[in-house]
Structures are given as structure tokens and as C-alpha cells.
Design a protein around this ligand. Sequence first.
Ligand SMILES: NC(=O)c1ccc[n+]([C@@H]2O[C@H](COP(=O)([O-])OP(=O)(O)OC[C@H]3O[C@@H](n4cnc5c(N)ncnc54)[C@H](OP(=O)(O)O)[C@@H]3O)[C@@H](O)[C@H]2O)c1
Length: 295
Amino acid sequence: MDKLKVALTGTSGLIGKDMWEALKDDENFEVWGVGRRKPDYIPLPRWRTLDIVDALLTAQTITQINPDCVIHFAAISNPDECEKDPETAYKANALGTRNLALACQRFDAELLYVSTDQVFNGKSERPYREIDLTAPLNHYGKSKLWGEDFVRTLLPRHYVVRTALVFGLARPTFLDRVVNSALNKEPLTAAVDLVNSPTYSWDLCQAIKYLIGTHVYGTYHIANEGHVNRYELASFVAESLGLNADFIMKGSQLKLGLPALRPEFSPLENFVWNLNGFPKLRHWKEAVLDFLEAL
Ligand SMILES: NC(=O)c1ccc[n+]([C@@H]2O[C@H](COP(=O)([O-])OP(=O)(O)OC[C@H]3O[C@@H](n4cnc5c(N)ncnc54)[C@H](OP(=O)(O)O)[C@@H]3O)[C@@H](O)[C@H]2O)c1
């Protein structure tokens, strides 16, 4: 069988690093990294420097690699950063995605774009399915949704993968803040009114690796099963480490005063994924326990 040639954006980030790890030694794939900053773990012959905001450079870089599939993680992924500087967010998240979609269109490559639960407004009474109405509350969600639109409009052979509250080993996330507060005996306020589906980056990357082998295109929610609010999640982490959870205080997103308003209830149901009979993702609790063991 021919190898699938894959180009990855966002390899210096949380999920991109795990994706590189998941593909690099697999004989079914030839994987390349593209981005502004070459991470140490990517060998130079498999690297091309690229700022996805530059349309011409994006087309040139994709031509040079000539991939079968582009997995696109690069983004301004912090909602508060996007809220403070929306122009940069729209340039990277929406126009950068358009540039990659155009390059894939020209060179007949598939594109897998990673999007977010923050395309929803969080007013639902049940976990969100792929078909549900989008209505983002913040610039991050709007810029990612615009990216989704470009991908769907420009490329028939696409995957749009929405995921949420990702944790992993490549960079610190909310879970690391909980662990550090516990170890340093510092108080931590966690919102009870932010509910979503925490997702282990490693599990997400295994699912993406599976998906790109199917060529069953479309929009997918991919998150660990179940949902939880931030306060309960932090308490679960502390208790799993055998620590007393009394350093964690119940808060609300209003009290936390974050620049970007988040959807209050945005769990993702892996509806299409499960309907297809693809390998079910595990529950977030099992994934968190695995992550804590790997720390
Ligand atoms: N983390 C989550 O909880 C979460 C949840 C749902 C969806 N997502 C989505 O998943 C994807 C990956 O998230 P992440 O948390 O892994 O991101 P991350 O850790 O913040 O990393 C972002 C990556 O994007 C790259 N990048 C940013 N602007 C770029 C540009 N103009 N040109 C080229 N590369 C650029 C960064 O490269 P530099 O090193 O050059 O800055 C970095 O490698 C994003 O699309 C995000 O929206 C994330």
C-alpha cells in the first residue's frame, strides 16, 4: 500500500505535537511539519517554514510537499487572546484556513481542519450534535466558524473535526493549573457554569489518524465521552492524585472576569462518529487518569 503523505500545521502546539508523534514512525504515513517555528523533534528534511497568513507562501509550500492530506491545527487557540486582538485571530484562524483550503484545492489534497465547541452558544439542553445550529459568542468561535465555512465551500474532500477543552503533555493546560495549585497549596477558583467535554490530545490524535484512513468526509465531533463542569473536573484531578480538594473554590465565568465569554454548556456528542460505527472514544475520567499517570 502507498504511504499517505501528510502535512501538519501547528506542530509546535499542544495537539500538533501529539499528532506528529502518532504518525512519525507509522509505515503507512510520510509526515511533514509546516509552521513558523521548527520544533526540535522534527528533523530538518521533513520541515518547511510557513506563516499560513501568507496566501502565496502557503500555496508554494503545499506545492513543494505535494501532500495527500493536510491536517490543520495552526490557530490562535486562546479565546482571550482572540478577544483582545480580533484582527490577528481572523487573519490566522479564518484567512489562514482559507489559504490552506485554496492550496489543497489547487493540488487536489484532502484537508482536515480542527475546530471547536465554541462555535456554539451554549444554550442547548443536551450535548451538541454536528447538525446543530452554530452561534459563536466570542471572536475565537467566530473566527473558527469562518474557517469551517471556507473549508466546506472550497473543498469537497474535507473533514471538519470539532473538539473541546483539550489537555495533553505538550504544553500546560487547565489540568496542569489544578495540579500545580494542589502541589503549591494555592487556592484555585473553578467555574461551575462552564460545562464541556474534556478531551485528551492523544485520544483525539488516534481518532484523527483513524479518520484520515477512512476518506469518509464531513463534519465530526470528536471528544472524550461524558461532560463535566470545571469545578468538578478540578476536584476529580485533585482526588485522583490523592489530595484534598478543599483548595478549589466554586466560581463562575462572570467572577473569573475573562475577556472572552465562553458558552456555558457546550459538551460535544460524537454523534456522526458513533453512527458510523467508528471506534468509540473512552470516557473523560479514564483519559484524565491516563494523563495524570503520564505526567
Ligand atoms: N486546545 C484546545 O483546548 C482546543 C479545543 C478545541 C479546538 N482546538 C483547536 O485545535 C487546534 C490546535 O490547538 P492547540 O491547543 O494545539 O494550539 P496551540 O497549542 O495554541 O498551538 C497553536 C499552533 O498554531 C501555530 N500558529 C499560529 N499562528 C500561525 C501562523 N500564522 N502560521 C503558522 N502557524 C501558526 C503555532 O505556531 P507558532 O509556534 O509559530 O506560534 C502553534 O504551533 C487549533 O486549531 C484550535 O483552535 C483546540
